[in-house]
Design a protein around this ligand. Structure first.
Ligand code: ATP
Ligand code: MG
Length: 336
């Protein structure tokens, strides 16, 4: 900006500059119209994806929706029928080792060498990208500390628990300090402690500047760590946005649960006709009211009950989930 132009100042200017910097760099991942078939099965059906620098981008979808296939195509581990893939603004191809060096991959299926120790496994994968031994020793040490495997460096994989194996899988994928990292279901079959360590680690990598692609069919995890989320179904993107944007898209509101000793038909009907109420169910003693988004849902429901002289016991309300969004768009549950 030259000194005579009157532009925004302070935070507005900083935000504008950050946006301009992003625009100058462009998306880290840009997938356009990708089609992948396995015989007659269309695993990716004109799939599009754009990920900006610094995101933790979540791919959320039920089993078989195409998450792993999308990642493997992006990484050129699979051939595809149609479409273009650009990474860091460059066309991706199987021989683009310069781009692959900047990428970390933590595959869905743990891929390790049984005959190598924890440390040797990490060193092997790191050596694919870093040839200098001293530099590599430092990176391997950092990766071991990062995933908390200091006490296991001489163990072979078969002696590790499921959670520790996952952590080793992660260390192998990220030891070379990638700028873009793919985590494909990294928390499947791990204990809560390892799960938290994994999510914390991903956040820390992201804070140090690594763009992250995170796939899961656990909506809670995706909601917890992702800046934006794509919901996938049958090889397609059915919705993309922040957690809040996705929920606003379909208008589902909270579910209210109230313990009531008895509910007469008239009161139930009055509840059902309230504006913002979608569905009322009574399974003695629990009354469940599904609402659309609205500021007065709880007070309106409580008002009807109070007017009918019905006393209430325990009461709680749950915010909408991404499962509600998925159900609204596709007509089925995320976890069938
Ligand atoms: N090698 C293969 N040969 C034939 N079909 C395949 C192959 N790999 C995947 N598929 C099919 O492609 C579709 C997408 O599978 P993919 O593994 O990408 O899904 P996903 O979303 O990663 O599922 P999950 O949550 O179970 O990991 C599925 O219908 C699957 O059965
Ligand atoms: Mg998968």
């Amino acid at each position: 900006m030259d000194e005579y132009s009157a532009g925004p100042t302070g935070p507005a200017r900083a935000a504008g500059e950050a946006q301009a910097a992003r625009a100058a760099v462009g998306p880290v991942v840009a997938v356009d119209n990708l089609v992948k078939r396995y015989g007659d099965l269309v695993a990716l059906d004109h799939f599009n994806l754009t990920i900006e620098p610094g995101e933790i981008f979540g791919l959320l979808g039920p089993n078989g929706s195409g998450k792993t296939t999308a990642i493997n195509c992006i990484l050129q581990l699979l051939t595809y029928d149609k479409g273009t893939i650009r990474l860091f603004g460059e066309p991706m191809a199987p021989t683009r080792y310069d781009l692959k060096r900047r990428i970390g991959v933590v595959p869905q299926n743990v891929a390790l060498f049984e005959e190598l120790t924890v440390r040797e496994n990490i060193d092997f994968f790191c050596a694919l990208y870093v040839s200098d031994r001293r530099e590599r020793a430092r990176l391997v040490d950092e990766a071991i500390a990062f995933v908390g495997l200091q006490d296991y460096v001489k163990f072979r994989p078969r002696k590790l628990s499921g959670g520790l194996l996952r952590r080793l899988n992660i260390a192998c994928g990220i030891a070379h300090k990638p700028q873009l990292a793919f985590f494909d279901e990294p928390t499947v079959a791990v204990d809560p402690q390892s799960r938290n360590a994994i999510l914390e680690g991903i956040r820390a990598m992201n804070e140090r500047g690594c763009t992250v692609v995170y796939t899961s069919h656990y909506m809670e995890e995706v909601e917890e760590i992702c800046s934006r989320i794509m919901i996938m179904d049958k090889g397609r993107s059915v919705a993309v946005g922040t957690n809040a944007e996705l929920k606003a898209m379909v208008g589902v509101g909270e579910r209210i649960f109230i313990e009531v000793a008895a509910l007469d038909e008239g009161t139930r009907a009055r509840l059902a006709t309230l504006p913002h109420v979608r569905h009322v169910a009574y399974n003695e003693p629990e009354l469940t009211v599904h609402c659309e988004q609205g500021a007065h849902n709880v007070s309106d429901v409580m008002g009807v009950l109070a007017a009918a002289g019905i006393t209430c016991g325990r009461m709680y309300a749950e915010p909408p989930t991404l499962n509600d969004v998925f159900l609204e768009i596709t007509g089925k549950e995320l976890r069938d």
